[in-house]
Design a protein around this ligand. Sequence first.
Ligand code: ADP
Ligand code: ASP
Ligand code: MG
Length: 413
Amino acid sequence: MAIVVQKYGGTSVGDVERMKRVADRVSRTHRDGNQTVVVVSAMGGTTDDLVGMASAISDAPPQRELDILVSSGERISMSLLAMALAERGVQAKSFTGSQAGIITDESHGKARIVDLTPGRVQEALDEGNVVIVAGFQGVSAKTKDITTLGRGGSDTTAVALAAALEADVCEIYTDVDGVFTADPRIVPDAQKLDTVSYEEMLELAAQGAKVLQVRSVEFGRNHGVRIHVRSSFSYRAGTWVGPQEDKVEDAIISGVAHDTSEAKLTIQHVPDEVGVASKLFAALADANINVDMIVQNVSQKGATDISCTVPRGEVDKATQVLEPLAKQIGAGDVVLDPEIAKVALVGAGMKTHPGVAAKMFTALSDAGVNIQMISTSTIRVSVVVDADQVEQAVRAVHEAFDLGESAVEQGAS
Ligand code: ADP
Ligand code: ASP
Ligand code: MG
């Protein structure tokens, strides 16, 4: 019997009618003879509403309580889906993340899964149930408190469960047909990719393509889980995420990602001495702040500016860490720019093709977009631009590399 893990995102379970349609699809998978595990997100907008209520009560709600609150959205979905399946004569049992054996560290709001003990899930499957698991949550091994895995975390619940259960496939059902060459909401002629490698998907997700949470792709790659991203509104094939060998075509570029959730911090006049950068970034790491891009200018008169990007939600914490430290090491002010966006071009083929960065920068300059920061990996070029130019920048880069649907059709004729 095949084991199938299916994850349904917020839009797919957005209201009672959609929940019923999900129940139809799940029943069909179960009746086709598969052992079926379903991971559900909160109904669309619920997590935002819960976070909004917490912020209306407190500027800094206790993280433990915030996690208990936001994890409740997924519990609503899991129980409603179990009821809808019962209504269809399908035996189903729902479990919270903790009941499903999802063990995490104690980092509230962005916990990492450290162990998975799906004994109850396996038992319930063996008894012939469809098993429903609340996405996005686990329990800390140390504190025994409920934790959440960060926004978009239900993807990670699903892929981690698929890895632990050695599932044949992990299907991620969402509101678009698969992974596209850019966010189809911003680039209307973006194309669906039939396949994408783990490495490229990791870069796309890390650079903001929110169709998969980055940690879910890490799990997929580390455990060889075949991930199929597809629409819950159709039966069309979506995008397969897997090893590089599985790719059907070897395009130079896979896509363009963008991210408006980060802010830029600049520490001015940092003394150009051994060990200074290590002090600054060790302090941010100790405070559990994820730093993304880092740029250090050439030093002039023994001092230099260092800029980095951090998640907007962690800017206050980062500033509190950096300001006293900057004083202590004899640096200047810590300056914040929240109005930035990252735009990244990703593709395994760029390793062997020179001139990709130059072409991207030319496209941005032709579109009148100023580049503030640049960082690269072997398969990615990322830039930081003004937040209000992000859509323009994404479209310009997408077009320069002929990634659009119309570009392909023209090429073919
Ligand atoms: P879900 O609620 O199903 O988890 P998300 O909103 O988290 O869905 O992710 C799906 C959304 O990701 C799409 O609606 C789309 O706007 C956005 N997205 C961003 N980049 C991409 C991309 N490259 N391919 C597909 N979708 C993308
Ligand atoms: N409900 C959570 C969120 O909105 C988790 C998820 O949907 O994956 O981020
Ligand atoms: Mg999501």
